[in-house]
Ligand binder design. Structure first.
Ligand code: CUA
Length: 314
């Protein structure tokens, strides 16, 4: 995919593929124009005063000027108002970027040397091509299999590190059909610059069709359910709320649980940690050193499957 073909918008910036992109550009344009105006006033004023107050004869005396409260107040207060405005503006956009609507389509993304892999809930996987329906909020759950990578979509004005050992998230709602370039924006080794992917934004019907295309894989949560039995989780954790050696996993996702020491919000990262390092955060009322670690025994996509299965236990 040629970068120039993707950038079919104006030639100065990549096309705006999302509402957030438009807002980021507005803020950026404001900063640019405000800086230019400030620069003109400052440099222009300097040149004007240098000529206006140039000493004419050797007998000219410098006027005795102390200070002006009004001026001092204004040159502090006006920039303060502008800067606070920029802060609130940027904070609002950031908030919008980081708020995931309840109907978000969750897709798992794995960065590895040197490609991007995407896993859909249906069990479908794709490499270096992320297919999403238009006008659909998407929430990517990112991680990395080896070193730190960074998922960067210039046309959407979004970027997020993919870090080994933990999950990060990134949201967007594509509002234009077409293909958008993804770069890796974290130097990750020899072929970093070739670690490219494409986001294909398609109508919903095409997306549903694409999902079913030569896909005989189990849905992610079903695969997780199978692993839950195979790996022996089922021996200690109930999936119907009954009491077993370990805590039940029914309706735990999203809950705030009391720990022996403090509390924790159950999210993907907490589930991951509890599978790989069971002793890190023990729930109140349960004993440590009971559960064995699964470090090194689960692939990244198997961890994802287990977590997605636990998320479905309601
Ligand atoms: Cu992955 Cu650079």
């Amino acid at each position: 995919m040629n970068w120039m073909n993707v950038a079919h918008g104006n030639s100065f910036m990549p096309p705006q593929g999302t509402d957030v992109a438009r807002q980021v550009d507005n803020l950026y344009s404001f900063l640019l124009i405000a800086s230019l105006i400030a620069c003109a006033i400052l440099i222009g004023g300097m040149i004007y005063f240098v000529t206006k107050y140039k000493r004419q004869t050797n007998n000219d005396k410098t006027a005795y000027i102390t200070h002006s409260h009004t001026l001092e107040f204004l040159w502090s207060f006006i920039p303060l108002v502008i800067f606070m405005g920029v802060f609130v503006w940027g904070w609002k956009i950031y908030n919008q970027m980081r708020t995931y609507p309840a109907n978000s389509l969750e897709i798992h993304a794995y960065g590895k040397q040197w490609s991007w892999e995407f896993a859909y809930k249906s069990g479908k996987k794709s490499a270096n091509e992320l297919v999403v329906p238009v006008d659909q909020p998407v929430k990517l759950i990112l991680t990395a299999n080896d070193v730190i990578h960074s998922f960067y979509v210039p046309s959407f004005r979004i970027k997020q590190d993919a870090v080994p050992g933990r999950y990060t998230t990134l949201g967007f709602t594509a509002e234009k059909l077409g293909e958008f370039q993804v770069f890796c924006a974290e130097f990750c080794g020899g072929d970093h610059s070739k670690m490219l992917a494409t986001i294909k934004v398609v109508p919903r019907e095409d997306y549903e069709k694409w999902l079913k295309e030569n896909d005989d894989a189990l849905p992610i949560d079903q695969r997780g359910k199978k692993l839950f039995g195979l790996k022996g989780c089922v021996g200690c954790h109930s999936t119907d709320g009954s009491a077993k050696v370990g805590p039940t996993l029914v309706k735990v996702f999203g809950k705030t649980e009391a720990l022996v020491d403090g509390s924790v919000q159950v999210d993907e990262d907490y589930l991951r940690e509890s599978i790989l390092k069971p002793n890190a955060k023990i729930l109140k009322g349960f004993a440590p050193n009971v559960m064995p670690t699964f470090q090194g025994q689960l692939q990244e996509d198997e961890l994802t499957a287990l977590i997605e299965y636990i998320k479905t236990l309601k």
